[in-house]
Structure formats: structure tokens, C-alpha cells
Design a protein around this ligand. Structure first.
Ligand SMILES: Cc1cc2nc3c(=O)[nH]c(=O)nc-3n(C[C@H](O)[C@H](O)[C@H](O)COP(=O)(O)O)c2cc1C
Length: 508
């Protein structure tokens, strides 16, 4: 391989000759890279690399800096001369034209009154593939829906005649201040929904005084996201553990050096769940291909274990915990714990906390919701006195209202993560969504008689129905017919009249 000094611009036609698995080059951001040896370890599988082999792979795949992070220097082949490269413009489909029109005409942000409204707008204006990736759950999406349903089985037991003139919902997470007990959890591929990707979340988190967790599979590079933070802004990091522990060590230590305050190791994804809505979109981006190309290799060549071990290590186990503790001083939290036994093990190992989570219903279908697990986890941790060293319990999945947050706090969660932060309005939309949660929080705390977070106690909720899981229970259709979603964006149930006509009324 040539040294840096004698690198001259390669012509793109030269790169085009290296278009198979025995010699696999790609162009990213005007530079060529030799991925031949790296290809079997590619997080998105081999299939997607072969699709772009010999070609420009900038657009669909990598945030700046990704390849530099993973590839040894001698695989950087230098700048590419793109002269004479014919760019064939893709013809716009009717669906894409319609979507763009809907995006131009989307409702003013101020008309969004709840997080559901943001979701409805996102469904209407995001590219089909992006919406499919963001909104899909695993298999029959039972767990994804259960994440919402579970909150509807918990009711309040408000207290009265308490002075609720002043409401303070500020709290701490791992000792760091947060303006309310939520954090922005890790969601991959932010640029599918908005060109600024995860930086929207960084800016909004700062503006609203909440903490952002940076995903391993972000669309912006890790450093870009950290650089977007304001001085003193606290950020956490979510980690998918690579089979190559040297890569993992480098990522973790770099994060610590850049001031990250907590390491959330995802433990519920030794293999990615099947998200069929996403897979149906013939969507050629990394998010989908993490599943689809691995699916292909499962069928055709290597079997399931090998397919996923190319990136996220299915061999990760409790034995690895001491190693993580040896390479970083950051507090370590396990994200994706799903029963009290594992929460107890985490506390016994001296970890800083756990996130009770089923990955937003995107992994194991029929996994229970975080809020249901919370009850048993807190009971067993208290029984064993395992909370005394500051062990914290967080939950995520299905939180869309401040009432949900309060239910989790009452059951003992320190904070909740919110993932489905859709990007139809960029960072201003994220700011507005958090503001809505704050407004709801103030009202709810007043109405339950809790002026501070410490006043939100277990007696304030009735959990007697919590474990009565009903799949596809009876729907209240009359209520639905009367509910008026934000006009002009539909709600997935077909066109909805804004008001019920006389004829409709007569037929009810
Ligand atoms: C689009 C999307 C991408 C996600 N990507 C990741 C990820 O890369 N790593 C991870 O640990 N969790 C990921 N999650 C799971 C979230 O961190 C979180 O557990 C979940 O979204 C919480 O549920 P909610 O979306 O209903 O709030 C993702 C979730 C979504 C919706």
C-alpha cells in the first residue's frame, strides 16, 4: 500500500475496478478506502458493502470520521478524482412528490399539543423508509403497543389540600442536574429524519436542561455530537459492544476523554429483532441493512450467530463486567434489563444502575414493559438493601405524557428515557416537545398534590391492574370517533372528518 507521501488522486475509474469481496474499495466524502479486510466485520453486513463496492458510498452510510475510526491508516487510499463521473439523477416517485408537498404544508409547530401530534406529522412528512425505520417494532409489535398499554393500567390516587402553588420537577441523574426526570435516550440514524441528525437533540437538550445519550450508531460522528454541546453540558453514551474488544476499548476511552459522564451498555440486542415494517421498505440504508443484509447472510451462508457476531457481540456476558470497570471510570449502566434477577446481579456487581427497557419494542416481542418490570425490581432491590450505594433505576419505552413519567417516579424510577423523538421540526420541535412535557408535568403534579419529585410516592398510584396484560383488548370506538387529531396529517386510520356529520352521527 502506498504511503501518505506518494498518495496522488486516484481516478474514480480505478476505484470502480475494486468491486467485489476479494478487493472492495469505496469512495466516501471524496476519499477512497480499501474495505476488503474490514468487510466481514462491517456493522451493516457484507451485502450493503457489495452494493456500493467500487462506487461512492457517502450518502447512505457514514458520518464523517467513521471509517477513520475503524480502519488502519494504510487502508485510506487518499482523495479521488471524480472528473468525468456521470451522476444519474434518480427520478422522483409520485409518493416522494406527495410527501414533499405534505412537508411544505405541514401544520405550524405551535399546533402540536402533545407528543402524539409530532408523531402524526412525522408519519406524514418523513421519507417512507425513515418512518419505517423509526416507527417499527419487532414481529407483531405486541411489545411496542404494550409499552403504551401498560401505562394505561396504572391510575392515580391524588392527595388534596397540599400547597401546590410552586411546582419543582427538577431532579438528578447519576448526580447530574436535569430540569425534569427525563433523558433523551439513544436512537440510531438521526439523519434519516433531518440533515442535522443527533445534533438537533444536543442543542435541544441544552436549551431545555436535559441530558442526551449519544448512540453508537449515530448518523453524526461521536465527536461532532460532543462538539455540538455547550460547555458544561452533560452527555451520556450508549455502547453496542464490538466483538473486537480493542475497538470497544478505544471507543469507551475516547468517550471518557471527551467528558462523557455515563456509559450505557446495551444488553438486549445480541441479535437485532425482525422489524418487518422496516424490512418491507426496500430501504437501502444502514439502519435497515443492519437487519436485512444480516438476514440474507443468515439464510444463505453463515448462520444467525455468525451474522450478528460481525458487530454486536452475542458472546457478551457477566464475565465482561470487570473488564469494562477496568478500562473506564465512567459510571456503567446496563440498558435493556428485563427482570429483577438481572437488576440484582447488576447492583451486586457494583454497577451504577440499570435501564429497564425492551428497546422500544424493537427486539423481543412479548417482552414486558419497563414500567411493569419496575415494580418487581424495586421490591427486590429494597429487600436486599441494594439501593444504598446510589444504584439508580431508569426505565424507557412508551413514555409520551408527563403522567407516564410520574407513574414511573412513583414506582421508584430515578428518570425515564424517551426515544421516539421524531424530527419533523428539527431541534425546535424537540425543544417544543420537551416544553410540552414540562407543561403537562406542572399540571399533573399540582393535580396529584405533589409539589416536588420527592413528594411523588408509591401510594399516589394504583397498580392493581398492572400485570393484567390484555393483547388487543376491546377498543372504545365511540371515543375514537370523537377524538380530533391534529388536522391535515391523518392519523393512520384513513381520512378523519374534523367534525362528525349528521349522517355519520345517525349511523353510530
Ligand atoms: C429509531 C430507534 C432507534 C434506536 N436505536 C437504538 C440504538 O442504537 N441503541 C440502543 O441501545 N437503543 C436504541 N433504541 C431504543 C431506545 O434507546 C429506547 O430503548 C426506546 O426507544 C424507548 O422507547 P420509546 O421509543 O417508546 O421511548 C432505538 C429506538 C428507536 C425508536
Amino acid at each position: 500500500m502506498s504511503s501518505d507521501a506518494d498518495k496522488r488522486p486516484l481516478h474514480h475509474s480505478e476505484v470502480a475496478k475494486h468491486a467485489d469481496k476479494d478487493s472492495l474499495w469505496v469512495i466516501v466524502n471524496g476519499n477512497a478506502y480499501d474495505l476488503t479486510e474490514f468487510a466481514p466485520e462491517h456493522p451493516g453486513g457484507m451485502g450493503i458493502l457489495l452494493k456500493y463496492a467500487g462506487k461512492d458510498a457517502t450518502e447512505p452510510i457514514h458520518p464523517p470520521g467513521t471509517l477513520e475510526q475503524y480502519l488502519p491508516k494504510d487502508k485510506h487510499l487518499g482523495p479521488v478524482d471524480l472528473s468525468g463521473l456521470e451522476i444519474v439523477a434518480k427520478e422522483e416517485t409520485q409518493e416522494e412528490k406527495d410527501r414533499k408537498k405534505r412537508a411544505e404544508e405541514k401544520p405550524p409547530m405551535d399546533e402540536c399539543l402533545s407528543l402524539y401530534d409530532f408523531e402524526a406529522v412525522a408519519k406524514s412528512v418523513l421519507p417512507v423508509g425513515a418512518w419505517a425505520y423509526y416507527s417499527s417494532g419487532a414481529d407483531d409489535e405486541i411489545t411496542m403497543r404494550e409499552n403504551r398499554n401498560a401505562y394505561q393500567r396504572i391510575w392515580f390516587r391524588p392527595r388534596i389540600l397540599r400547597d401546590v402553588t410552586t411546582i419543582d420537577f427538577s431532579s438528578t441523574i447519576l448526580g447530574h442536574k436535569t430540569s425534569l426526570p427525563i433523558y433523551i435516550t439513544a436512537t440510531a440514524l438521526g439523519k434519516l429524519g433531518h440533515p442535522e441528525g443527533e445534533k438537533n437533540l444536543t442543542w435541544a437538550a441544552h436549551e431545555q436542561g436535559v441530558i442526551q445519550m449519544i448512540p453508537t450508531l449515530a448518523s453524526c460522528s461521536f465527536d461532532e455530537i460532543v462538539d455540538a454541546a455547550k460547555p458544561g453540558q452533560v452527555q451520556f453514551m450508549q455502547l453496542y459492544v464490538n466483538k473486537d474488544r480493542e475497538i470497544t476499548r478505544k471507543i469507551v476511552q475516547h468517550a471518557e476523554k471527551r467528558g462523557i459522564k455515563g456509559l450505557f451498555i446495551t444488553v438486549d440486542a445480541p441479535q437485532l429483532g425482525r422489524r418487518e415494517k422496516d424490512m418491507r421498505q426496500k430501504f437501502a440504508d444502514e439502519g435497515s441493512n443492519v437487519q436485512r443484509t444480516q438476514g440474507e447472510s443468515v439464510d444463505k451462508t453463515q448462520g444467525a450467530a455468525r451474522a450478528i457476531s460481525s458487530f454486536i457481540d452475542p458472546g457478551l456476558s457477566w464475565k465482561d463486567i470487570p473488564w469494562f470497570k477496568s478500562i473506564t471510570k465512567m459510571p456503567i449502566i446496563l440498558k435493556g434489563v428485563q427482570c429483577w434477577e438481572d437488576a440484582v446481579l447488576a447492583a451486586e456487581q457494583g454497577l451504577a444502575g440499570v435501564v429497564l427497557s425492551n428497546h422500544g419494542g424493537r427486539q423481543l416481542d412479548f417482552a414486558r414493559s419497563g414500567i411493569e418490570i419496575l415494580e418487581e425490581v424495586m421490591r427486590e432491590l429494597r429487600k436486599r438493601d441494594l439501593l444504598k450505594n446510589g444504584f439508580e433505576v431508569y426505565i424507557d419505552g412508551g413514555v409520551r405524557r408527563a403522567g407516564d413519567v410520574l407513574k414511573a417516579i412513583a414506582l421508584g424510577a430515578k428518570a425515564v428515557g424517551i426515544g421516539h423523538a421524531y424530527s419533523a421540526y428539527g431541534h425546535e420541535g424537540v425543544i417544543k416537545a420537551i416544553q410540552i412535557l414540562k407543561d403537562e408535568m406542572e399540571m399533573n403534579m399540582r393535580l396529584i398534590g405533589a409539589p416536588t419529585i420527592q413528594d411523588v410516592t408509591p401510594e399516589m398510584i394504583d397498580t392493581s391492574g398492572l400485570s393484567n396484560r390484555l393483547v388487543d383488548g376491546a377498543s372504545d370506538y365511540l371515543m375514537r370517533a370523537n377524538y380530533e387529531p391534529l388536522a391535515g396529517v391523518g392519523n393512520g386510520l384513513g381520512a378523519q372528518p374534523r367534525l362528525i356529520s349528521k349522517e355519520t352521527k345517525a349511523s353510530l
